[in-house]
Ligand binder design. Structure first.
Ligand SMILES: [Fe+2]
Length: 188
């Protein structure tokens, strides 16, 4: 999965995008199934929330916000306008959706209709947002980054990504979070 990611400033992030999208789309299918009368598996939904909080946000958005975006700003992109400002704003919107899911899952599990609606709204909001957001990063900002951050800067950045990836996120390693995703996706 990580093959060759050290040769560009975005390879590892693009790999993570693929996994985030897979989990988001799996959640979307679960919501579709529920609409067709198949009960929601709340344990799996809870695992999705944990994955979005720790993998998509702490591990992945953390690398973008703390490492890639500052490097792009150093290379000349504006901080408060243009693609970086839009991406930061969308990360915040994503956090709001995931917080809404986390706040409503216990109520939804016990059959509270209002909580169930809030859970579904948060999930649908997040799935739509993250799908469009990742499309923009992959097709626009990351292509710019691949042209702007090359040579030693690229190597340094990848080393810093590795350092972040080897951290623990609320006690879980990146590998454990990838295993969590594999379980959600039915390949655990
Ligand atoms: Fe991203």
């Amino acid at each position: 999965m990580d093959n060759g990611h050290e040769t560009t400033s975005t390879g590892v992030l693009r790999d993570e995008h693929r996994l985030i999208l897979e989990v988001a789309h799996r959640l979307g299918r679960m919501l579709d199934d529920e609409s067709n009368g198949i009960p929601l598996n709340y344990d799996t939904v809870e695992q999705c929330i944990t994955f979005f909080q720790l993998f998509a946000d702490a591990c992945h958005h953390g690398k973008e916000e703390d490492l890639l975006f500052p490097e792009l700003i150093k290379a000349g992109l504006p901080q408060d306008s243009g693609p970086i400002a839009v991406m930061l704003y969308e990360h915040e919107q994503g956090r709001v959706f995931v917080r809404a899911m986390a706040a409503s899952i216990d109520g939804a599990r016990t059959g509270d209709d209002e909580a169930n609606t809030a859970l579904r709204d948060g999930a649908e909001g997040f799935i739509g947002l993250i799908t469009a957001h990742i499309g923009k990063e992959n097709d626009v900002l990351f292509n710019m980054a691949d042209g702007m951050i090359v040579g030693p800067e690229c190597k340094d950045l990848c080393a810093q990504y590795d350092a972040t990836c080897s951290r623990r996120f609320e006690g879980r390693s990146k590998e454990e979070l990838e295993d969590l995703a594999a379980g959600i996706l039915g390949r655990g």
